[in-house]
Ligand binder design. Structure first.
Ligand code: PLP
Length: 411
C-alpha cells in the first residue's frame, strides 16, 4: 500500500465493540462479527478548501478514504449533482420548503457511482485484480462502468428477474454479468462465499464495504454545501441495505464536528416499499431487531430482505426524531408520476418510494410540513420503465390532420 493511500483515514473500527483493525480489505470484526467502519484523524478542513476542489465527489477527498492525488486515477468523477428547489411538489404535498437532491444525473444514473468510486480507489490500493459486486441493479451498472474506465476486470452478480434496462446497463460495460436464480439475499450470500475463496477479488459491498460505504457521505456533504453550508431540518432517504442513510447521517455529524456547519437538530426519515419493508416494520412495532423478509415489490433496487445496516437505520431515525414508513407498489407508481408532473424529474422506483413515503409522512403527521425538507432521488426512471407502463401513454392517437387534432379535444 502506498503512503497516504487512504488520506486522513487511520484505521477500521467495529461499530459494535470498538475493536480496531488496520486499513485493509476487511469488513467484519474478528471479536464480535460486527461491521467495520473507517475512523479518521481529520486536520483542520475549511469550506474554502472544499469549494476550490473539482465539481465532483473528490472536492471532499480530505473527508474520504482517498489519496490526495485521486483525480489522477481514471474514474467516472460522479457527484456534485443538482439540488433543486421543489416548489410545485411542495405545494401539492402542503410543505413549506422542499428540495430534491437529484442523483439520477450521475454517470450511470444512480447514487451508486459515488460509492463505487471510493471502492475502486481502495481496490486499486489493495492490488485487487477483479472488481465485483452482488447487486439489486444500480450497483452492478456502476461497478461495470467504473471498472471499464479503470481498465480492471469486472464481474457483477444480479438476481435473474431484474428489470431488462438494468441488465443491459451492466452488460454493455462488462462481458461478465452473472444472473443468479434467486433474490438479492441469495446473490449476496454467493458473493460472500466467492470473496472467501478467491484471491484478489474486491467485492465492493462485501470485503471492501467500509471503503465503499464512505462514498455515500458525499450526498450529505453536498446537500449541506448546496444549502449554503447548513443542514436541512428533515431528510427522507430510501432504504435497502440502509448504508446510504447511515452515511448521510455520518456526513452531517462530521460537518458539525469539523465546524463546517452549525450544530442543529435534524430528523432522518427512511423509505421502503411495503413488499420489502423489514426496517419499517421494526420501526412500527418498536423492535430493536430487524426481521429478515422475502422481497416482493416492483421497487427492486430496494429489495434487500436482510439489510446489513437495518438496526443502525432504526437507531438513527429514532434518535433524531424521524421515522421509517412504507408504501404499496401502486403508491410507488403514482409517486413516480407525481414527481415527474410537478418537477420534471423522472425517477426510478426507489425515488417513487421515497417521494410516496414523503407524502405519507406528511399525511400521518410524522413529518413537520413547516420545516425545511430534502428528499433524495437516487436513480433514473428510464431504468424501470415497466413501473409506469400502462399508467402513462399517449392522450390520443390521431390522423395527421388539424381536424383530427381538434376532434381529440386536446386543443
Ligand atoms: C436507486 C437506489 N436507491 C437506494 C438504494 C438503497 O441503498 P442502500 O443499500 O445504501 O440502503 C439502492 C440500492 O441498491 C438503489 O439502487
Amino acid at each position: 500500500m502506498r503512503e497516504g493511500a487512504f488520506g486522513n483515514a487511520v484505521e477500521l473500527v467495529c461499530r459494535e465493540c470498538g475493536t480496531t483493525k488496520e486499513l485493509g480489505p476487511h469488513y467484519v470484526c474478528h471479536e464480535c462479527f460486527g461491521p467495520l467502519e473507517i475512523r479518521y484523524d481529520f486536520p483542520v478542513i475549511t469550506r474554502e478548501q472544499i469549494e476550490a476542489g473539482p465539481s465532483n465527489i473528490w472536492r471532499y477527498k480530505a473527508l474520504l478514504p482517498a489519496p490526495d492525488d485521486i483525480e489522477l486515477s481514471p474514474n467516472l468523477e460522479p457527484g456534485y449533482t443538482r439540488l433543486l428547489r421543489a416548489d410545485n411538489l411542495a405545494a401539492e404535498l402542503g410543505l413549506a420548503k422542499l428540495w430534491v437532491k437529484d442523483d439520477s444525473t450521475n454517470p450511470t444514473n444512480s447514487f451508486k457511482d459515488r460509492v463505487v468510486a471510493c471502492a475502486l480507489s481502495a481496490a486499486r490500493e489493495f492490488g485487487s485484480t477483479v472488481f465485483a459486486c452482488p447487486s439489486t441493479g444500480n450497483l452492478a451498472n456502476a461497478v461495470a462502468a467504473a471498472g471499464a474506465r479503470a481498465g480492471i476486470r469486472t464481474v457483477v452478480f444480479i438476481p435473474s428477474d431484474l428489470e431488462t434496462p438494468k441488465q443491459i446497463n451492466s452488460a454493455v460495460y462488462t462481458e461478465n454479468l452473472v444472473a443468479v436464480d434467486g433474490n438479492y439475499d441469495d446473490v449476496n450470500k454467493l458473493a460472500s462465499e466467492i470473496a472467501g475463496e478467491e484471491e484478489g477479488w474486491a467485492f465492493v459491498n462485501v470485503n471492501v464495504r467500509p471503503f465503499y460505504a464512505e462514498g455515500s457521505k458525499t450526498l450529505g456533504y453536498e446537500i449541506a454545501e448546496q444549502l449554503g453550508w447548513r443542514l436541512p431540518d428533515q431528510i427522507v432517504i430510501p432504504v435497502a441495505s440502509g448504508s446510504q442513510l447511515t452515511k448521510v447521517h455520518k456526513a452531517f455529524q462530521e460537518l458539525i464536528s469539523l465546524g463546517l456547519v452549525d450544530d442543529k437538530p435534524y430528523r432522518v426519515f427512511g423509505a421502503q416499499a411495503t413488499g420489502c419493508s423489514p426496517v419499517s416494520e421494526a420501526f412500527r412495532e418498536g423492535w430493536d431487531v430487524v426481521r429478515p423478509t422475502r422481497p416482493d415489490t416492483i421497487a427492486k433496487s430496494l429489495a434487500i430482505g436482510n439489510p446489513a445496516d437495518g438496526v443502525y437505520v432504526l437507531d438513527i431515525c429514532r434518535e433524531t426524531g424521524g421515522a421509517i414508513a412504507d408504501i404499496s407498489d401502486d403508491e410507488v407508481r403514482e409517486a413516480i408520476v407525481l414527481l415527474a408532473r410537478t418537477e420534471g424529474i423522472f425517477t426510478e422506483t426507489a425515488g417513487g418510494t421515497t417521494v410516496g413515503v414523503l407524502k405519507k409522512l406528511v399525511q400521518t403527521g410524522l413529518l413537520d410540513p413547516e420545516l425545511e425538507t430534502v428528499v433524495i432521488n437516487t436513480g433514473h426512471g428510464l431504468k424501470t420503465l415497466d413501473a409506469v407502463t400502462g399508467l402513462v401513454g399517449p392522450a390520443a392517437t390521431i390522423a395527421p390532420t388539424y381536424e383530427a387534432f381538434v376532434a381529440s379535444g386536446i386543443v
